[in-house]
Every structure is written in structure tokens, then in C-alpha cells.
Design a protein around this ligand. Structure first.
Ligand code: SF4
Length: 648
């Protein structure tokens, strides 16, 4: 596809898998970008001054498949100790390249660049102290700021050149400088410009051993920023490798879903040269997750079936705008995306079978209680001989439905051909299953498609892209029919299912496509599996911010700066607050980066010293240095004071 001249350019093709080729950067002996495979990396969480603990954790990461180990160097002491860590690793036979992680301390960066193979700098805080100030810059004042940065940053570039050290210019959405925020705002464009300012200084110095990243805890922002970065690099004739990551993704299922939505969406379009999955778990647990995400593309080009090419896309890939659809019953229009669950393997459905999908029946009161994650429809072929909850719809095959067309809140499911021929249809809601080949016929019969919601299916290996092509075609024919995205994942593990579904469905939702999700799998035959499918569906909607049904945790993965047990604390806070739908809580390991990195959290719990926590409401400090023993209670009091608390 020739969309390079197009102002929406961000990848080689939106229909055929094609890796976006960047220049090769050498990190020691490890090539990133060019024709190298997508590299997997992670970061230690130990105190960098504890040489043995850091070496041993690095070895666990390397043994798990980590190809580049990042270690925090907050001051000169830690930067100096990188030499001991490197020596000890070499002594034990591990030559994996190391990367020093730098914030605020150019002198530590300059020292580390002489020791390790790569340094990561954050353009938001390399030469700036964050004061959260809004300053109006004239062009002259802005240029003077850039000159100041040039003076501060050039010595590091020279050291990197002399020592063959690579560099990552790693922008974080949460830690943009006051200068960037004042001119570009808290936007993907601000993130891109933040990196480009530093990148241009490198180019002026003839230094090209650079990798770039655009991380955010919001996958939508993160995806838009990487796409825009490619667009802007192309315009300036640059092609630096890209390090993909979602920051502060959290732990468990949420962390995996959020990471897959962000990283997977970009990988689908061939974007990305190295990946770090940030989980609030041990760093070695991140590696298999990253591997599963990356390995999905090793044979994608050969395995995919052909998809009709597109020369132009009728939407902006740099912003989220939901495709306009008409409301059909409670689907499409301004309704949140709906969740459909598959019960087609159940011969008979009981009250208890609906518990895992959010409906709790009280026999005593003869009443249904709904959770915030109650699914909206179930697809059933079995017997339901009780009064169903008032918010639940039942999807049944057309042949069964036409025997009882008036059955309360039961809706027919057609294949397109049957729908066109059918004499009896629902006068409120008809589901019609279509695949890519059906779209021409759909267009020809557009006038008969009243009260219709499409369920789009694919069995293409490049399935997300084929389904995206279907949405684009619907846009091109000005169709406003709501669409449920269906994906079927037979016979895969639970973790793979989380990652693949979050990638495939998340990528579409990020671009504003989809009025509902319907995940199917041949294991969906018991209530435990139903619970995890339901939770996965709502998790994907939450991660794409298209339907908020639970508390959002923005917790950092922790590093050598962390002075408390972040995993245990996150679990403690989660156990007390997980019922606060829509509230965003940041749990950050350190005061240096935490407040900036927790981005748009409503409340912040930030480590300030050993046993000391500082609490934030938005970006404002409200309680400083409180004893960690009482800090979770104090956080809950704070949530109560601001009216965001409800009893569980
Ligand atoms: S916010 Fe967390 S991961 Fe980031 S520097 Fe601080 S402790 Fe380390």
C-alpha cells in the first residue's frame, strides 16, 4: 500500500503484515532494529547498591529470556556500582548488555555511559526539574530553553560516541517537562516533540545509536504517540528503532490486558523493535509475557490470508473517535460497548450459571443483584426455564427463535443469507453474522438491514487487520450499523487468551471500532471459565477506556528506587478499593518519578523514604511522609473525604 505520501502514514500497510524497518542500533553485541528479531527486555527491581542481589536478579531475568537488562542509576553512587555489577555478571559468564536508567541526573548518565552498553534518558527530566508550572513561552524564550538543553545534553552524546554506547530517549506521558506541557499540552504530540527535541541534538552531533520510546499508562495515548512519532520521523527523514511499552500497567490480568492492548496494537501493524512489559510482579515474570506477545508475529506474513489492500484510511490513527453508529435497542449510538457471553455449550442454564457473568440470584427475595461487570447478552442453545434478569438479553439461533418470536428479550441470530430471505424478523433487534466475504452482499442489501446489529467474524491469522478492513469498508459505504466484534480462540492457555484477545479486540476499540465484544473459546463450558471470559471482556473495555466497570490501578513495576514492597502494598490497596468503579489510584515506588508517572490518577500513594508514604489528590500533595503502617487507612479516608467512597 502506498500511504507513505499520505498525512496519516504510520505503518507500511494496514492490510498486509509488514515490519516497519528501522535502522540497526548496536547495544554491545545486541542488534536492535534493522532485520533483527524483536528484542525482549526488562528492568531490575533491586537496590542498585546491592551488587549481588542485582546480579542474581539479572541472571534470573536472563535465564528467562531477557536480552537487555536495565538497572536504575539515580545518583553517582549507583552509576559507579554498575561497574561492579557488570564485572560480577561477566565473572559468572553472563555478557548480556546492560542499560542504565537515568532521571534528573546528567552526571550519573555521563558516568554510566562509560560503563554500560546503553543509557536511557527521559527528555522530560534530563535537564529540567518538574514544578508543574504553566509558563507562556515566546519563540525566543523557547529557543533559549532548547539551547540550555543542548548545552546540558551534548556532553553525554559525546561520551556515548566515544565509548560506543547506545542511548534510549524514553519519553513518558506522565513526566513531560513544564516547557513541553506549556506549548503542546498533555498530548501524544507533546510526547513526540519531547523526544524530537533531544533527537535533533543527537543528529546535529552525528550520533545515531538511538532507540526511542513513547510510554503511557493509557494504551490509547501510547498507541497514538508511537504512530505519530513514526509519521514525524518520516517527515524528517529519520527511522530510529522503537522500544514499546505501557508504563505502570499493574499486575495480574489487568497488567497483561493493558500491556497487550498497547504493545499488541502496534505489533499488529509491524511496529516495534524491542518490547518491555511492565508488570508489578517479579521482572522475570515479565519475560514470558513479552515473548508471547512478540512470537505471535514470527510467521504472520506467511500465515495470513490476503486482505484487499486500502490506499487511504477514512479516520485519523492519531486520535480516538468512535465510529458513528445508530442505536439499535441498547447497542451502538451512545451506548457503552456491550459484552456478549457464549453459553452455547450449556444444555440447560440455571440461576447459578449466571453468577460468573455478573448476576447473583437471591432465592429468598426472588431478586437479581447485578455486579458492575454484568454481561449484556448471552448466546444460548439450551433451556432457560426461569425469569431472566431485566438487563439481560438472550441471543438464539434464528431457526429456534422463529418458533417463539415473542419470547421475552430473546433475539434471533442469522447468517446474512437467511436474514435477507427471512419473513419473520425481530422488530427490535436482529443479530447478523458476517465475515469479510459477505460485505459486498451486505452493501447490496443495505436498505433491508433495519434493526440489525452485525457480529463480525474472521478466521484469518491476521484477524484484527481483516476485521479492521471490514470496519473501514462499512465507513466507506456510510453504514451506521452497530457492530459486535467476535473472536474465537480454540484451545489456548488462559494467559495467551488474555494477550491475544486484548491485542485483537483492543486494537479495534482503540481506533473507535466496535459496539460490543464477543469472545468465544471451546473451553467455555464451565462457570470458572465463564468468569474469566467475562472478566477478560470487561478488562479489555476498561483498558481501552471505552467502558469503565472497575477501579483502575496505575502501579509502577518498582525498581532500585522503591523503598517498600510494592506488590504486597498494591494487593492490600486493591483488596480494600476494588469496588470503587471508575476511581484511578496510582501506587508509585518513589517520589522522584512517581508523582509525574502516575499521570491522570485521582489519588496517589507514593513512597517517600523508608516506611514513609505521601498521599496525593490528583497532582496535589495532601499528606506528606505518613507512617506506612497507617497509609492505606489514610488513603481510604482521603477517598471518603472527596466523596468517591462507596461501601462494598
Ligand atoms: S516510579 Fe517506580 S519504577 Fe519509576 S523510578 Fe520510581 S520506583 Fe522506579
Amino acid at each position: 500500500m502506498k500511504i507513505k505520501e499520505n498525512s496519516n502514514f504510520y505503518c507500511n500497510s494496514v492490510t498486509e503484515y509488514s515490519r516497519y524497518v528501522t535502522r540497526e542500533v548496536m547495544v554491545g553485541d545486541l542488534g536492535i532494529g534493522g532485520s533483527n528479531p524483536i528484542r525482549v527486555q526488562s528492568m531490575t527491581t533491586t537496590d542498585t547498591m546491592n551488587t549481588i542481589a542485582t546480579v542474581e536478579q539479572s541472571i534470573r531475568m536472563i535465564e528467562a529470556g531477557c536480552e537487555l537488562v536495565r538497572i536504575t542509576a539515580p545518583s553517582m553512587n549507583e552509576a559507579r556500582n554498575l561497574q561492579n555489577i557488570k564485572d560480577e555478571l561477566h565473572k559468572r559468564g553472563y555478557k548480556t548488555p546492560l542499560c542504565a536508567d537515568i532521571h534528573f541526573t546528567p552526571n550519573a548518565a555521563e558516568l554510566a555511559a562509560r560503563i554500560v552498553e546503553k543509557v536511557r534518558v527521559n527528555p522530560g527530566n534530563y535537564a529540567d526539574k518538574k514544578k508543574f508550572e504553566h509558563i507562556e513561552y515566546t519563540d525566543t524564550a523557547y529557543d533559549a530553553e532548547l539551547e540550555r538543553i543542548r548545552e546540558r545534553f551534548t556532553p553525554l552524546i559525546k561520551i556515548c560516541k566515544e565509548n560506543g554506547t547506545a542511548m534510549r530517549i524514553g519519553t513518558n506521558h506522565g513526566s513531560l517537562s513544564d516547557r513541553i506541557l506549556s506549548r503542546y499540552g498533555d498530548t501524544p504530540l507533546g510526547m513526540v516533540e519531547s523526544a524530537l527535541e533531544f533527537l535533533r541534538i543527537c543528529e546535529d552531533n552525528g550520533f545515531h545509536q538511538i532507540v526511542l520510546s513513547m510510554k503511557s499508562s493509557n494504551p490509547q495515548v501510547m498507541v497514538q504517540a508511537y504512530r505519530l512519532l513514526i509519521n514525524k520521523m518520516e517527515a524528517e527523514g529519520m527511522n530510529y528503532p522503537l522500544h514499546l511499552g505501557v508504563t505502570e500497567a499493574g499486575d495480574g490480568e489487568d497488567g497483561r490486558i493493558k500491556s497487550a492492548v498497547g504493545i499488541g496494537t502496534l505489533l499488529e501493524d509491524g511496529i516495534g523493535d524491542t518490547v518491555r512489559v511492565s508488570l508489578t510482579e517479579e521482572p522475570e515474570s515479565e519475560i514470558p509475557v513479552a515473548r508471547k506477545l512478540v512470537d505471535r508475529y514470527s510467521n504472520r506474513k506467511q500465515a495470513q490470508s490476503a486482505i484487499v489492500p486500502i490506499n487511504d484510511i477514512p479516520y485519523s490513527p492519531f486520535e480516538h473517535k468512535r465510529r458513528k453508529t445508530s442505536e439499535v435497542l441498547n447497542i451502538g449510538g451512545h451506548n457503552v460497548p456491550r459484552v456478549v457471553m457464549d453459553f452455547s455449550n450449556y444444555e440447560k442454564i440455571t440461576h447459578a450459571d449466571l453468577l460468573p457473568v455478573g448476576y447473583n440470584y437471591s432465592e429468598k427475595l426472588d431478586k437479581w443483584n447485578l455486579s458492575d461487570q454484568a454481561c449484556d447478552f448471552i448466546y444460548s442453545k439450551g433451556v432457560i426455564d426461569f425469569k431472566i434478569p431485566g438487563t439481560l438479553g438472550i441471543i438464539v439461533d434464528y431457526n429456534e427463535w422463529k418458533g417463539h418470536p415473542k419470547k421475552e428479550r430473546h433475539y434471533p441470530l442469522f447468517i446474512l443469507e437467511d436474514f435477507i430471505r427471512a419473513e419473520i424478523k425481530s422488530d427490535s433487534l436482529n443479530f447478523v453474522v458476517v465475515n469479510a466475504a459477505d460485505l459486498t452482499s451486505l452493501n447490496a442489501n443495505a436498505s433491508s438491514l433495519e434493526n440489525v446489529v452485525l457480529i463480525i467474524q474472521t478466521d484469518n491469522e491476521h484477524g484484527m487487520v481483516e476485521q479492521r478492513r471490514m470496519f473501514i469498508e462499512l465507513m466507506q459505504i456510510n453504514s451506521s450499523i452497530p457492530v459486535i466484534i467476535e473472536k474465537n480462540y480454540p484451545g489456548i492457555s488462559e494467559e495467551r487468551l488474555q494477550l491475544y484477545a486484548a491485542t485483537d479486540i483492543g486494537a479495534l476499540l482503540i481506533d473507535g471500532f466496535g459496539d460490543g465484544v464477543f469472545i468465544m473459546c471451546d473451553q467455555q463450558i464451565n462457570n470458572k471459565a465463564q468468569k474469566s471470559f467475562n472478566s477478560l471482556s470487561f478488562g479489555i473495555l476498561q483498558a481501552t477506556r471505552t467502558r469503565i466497570s472497575k477501579t483502575e490501578y496505575i502501579s509502577c513495576p518498582s525498581c532500585g528506587r522503591t523503598l517498600f514492597d510494592l506488590q504486597e502494598t498494591t494487593a492490600k490497596i486493591r483488596s480494600r478499593t476494588s469496588h470503587l468503579k471508575g476511581v484511578k489510584i496510582g501506587i508509585m515506588g518513589c517520589i522522584v518519578n512517581g508523582p509525574g508517572e502516575m499521570a491522570d490518577a485521582d489519588y496517589g500513594y507514593v513512597g517517600t523514604g523508608v516506611g514513609k508514604i505521601t498521599l496525593y489528590k490528583g497532582k496535589e500533595v495532601v499528606q506528606r511522609n505518613i507512617n506506612s503502617e497507617h497509609a492505606v487507612d489514610a488513603l481510604i479516608d482521603l477517598i471518603k473525604q472527596h466523596g468517591d467512597w462507596v461501601e462494598a
